[in-house]
Design a protein around this ligand. Sequence first.
Ligand code: ZN
Length: 581
Amino acid sequence: MKRILSLVLMVVLLLSGFSLVPPARAAEGQKLLAITFDDGPGGYTEWLLDGLKDRGVKVTFFMIGNRVEGYADLVERAYREGHQVANHSWSHPELTTQSDSTVTQQVTQTRQALDAICGSGTTYLFRAPYGSTNEHIRSLIGMPLIQWNLDTRDWESRDTTAVKNMMLNYAQDGSIILLHDIHATSVSGALEAIDELLLQGYEFVTVNELFRRRGVALTEGELHYSCPPNGTDLGPITAPVMTSAVTDGQLYITMSAQEGAEIYYTTDGSFPNQESHHYTGTFPIESPCTITAVAAYNLNGSRSEPVVQTIDTPTAQSPVIRIDDGVLSLSTTTPQATIHYTLDGNRATIHSPEYTGPITLRSGALISATAIAEGHLACSPVNGYYTKRGNFFRDVYPGRWYTDAVDLAVAGKFLSGGSDGFFSPCAPVTRGEAVKLLYDYAQIQRDGIPPAPFTDVPQDSSLFPALSWAYDTGLVTGYGGELFLPNHPISRQELAQILSRYLAYRSKILPERSGDLSRFADAGEISPWAAPYVEDMVSTGILLGDELGGFQPKYAVTRAQMATILIRLETIEPTLPGAEL
Ligand code: ZN
């Protein structure tokens, strides 16, 4: 059965603070300006970024490499907010006076510092310090070189009004404007001018966008001063369209973008960069997830606003397995769901046979079941084992060292099967549980047992009769005569002591002690008080070592071990000489 569904998605468009509606494009194309800020990042860059964000304006930052690391958060923010991050050398020397290797190093070191933030392989523009180059230097740099056609002389005037007036008086459609974000007056003057120029219908774009929109190539090794209107405006880049669909219980994402644009995306909520996933076609994804995608011609400077979608597709409720007298029934609370199952050990998928009604099981069946419903993801299959003795376990499977003992112990009611089929074979047995299990195993029916004196086991607890019996018969003595610590895991050597005393209580005669436990690699770990009891249990075969030759005396006894021990006790105890009670 195949279902292809469109989901209603929560769509969050990250609008980076458009407080001004972008002016309508003129018939001959939008009036564009590219403002560039050099020599930062610095102490005024954050203020500038706030001001640009408020106005929905994108600019280009020609950064000094040795300042990048100290302002990494601002560089990342500028990149994330759609500004263009560009290279202005490592330490601002006049390149025409430097050796070739110094020029290359100035460029490369800055590229590496920016790559650490924008992702390896990001494309950058370059501006030479003082705009000073020659043909040889330009060939060494290997990037488009960006000059300007409007120098605000902000570094000279250091005056807000002067900076503003330079921009208002001389900006022309297609200008590249030179400013420096290391002067407060440059930031304030630029923001004031931007407000007026926006009212005049200008749109502020990155250098990359100025040229792309007018269909003019930026060429490596060449100087670019401006990009006057030429009748072409390709317009801003539209955000990618993202759709999700569930097919066969699996969630898939499909995206599309305008012609020629690449889509970059992340699935962890981070902002896409050059190292993020590059969309090549519909892909499967887990739910829930958050996908952030942008369409780009150049991720650094020519990209759309991001699209962010948080997807949380419901999953069909896992089937509930019920077995009554060997008859299996499966159910799920998800409306309209179908259940699919296998009984041969293969993992159920939505292609497995569909469940239509109760099924009589053969013993040893390995059950797997899954559910699917329209608009839902397929649930993880529920798996379980219907044993030879009619038990059902979800965490005990054929072939484990303890499987048969657990099956026997649960069938013989020496141990509970656990809740919902989970036996928890690796869970530790507590001291209280061990005493209770032995009490139930021995089927003690005696009245008039004096109450145990432990202060940490209340008289009305279910453990109390068992503990009173164990104390009265000398199986346990507790700690300091007052505490029993019923909730502490019982160690293997503690259990050996209790079992040895139990067999003595049952007047069973144990083999002679040799006093030699050296066969165990960890014999030195066995406490001296416990050594005789460990020997008793080893000699009767009730406790064995592990496959590596150790006894692990201080390890907690697990439920799987306890099942095995009780079954061995049941097998061995009747064969030991001694009177039955
Ligand atoms: Zn500079």
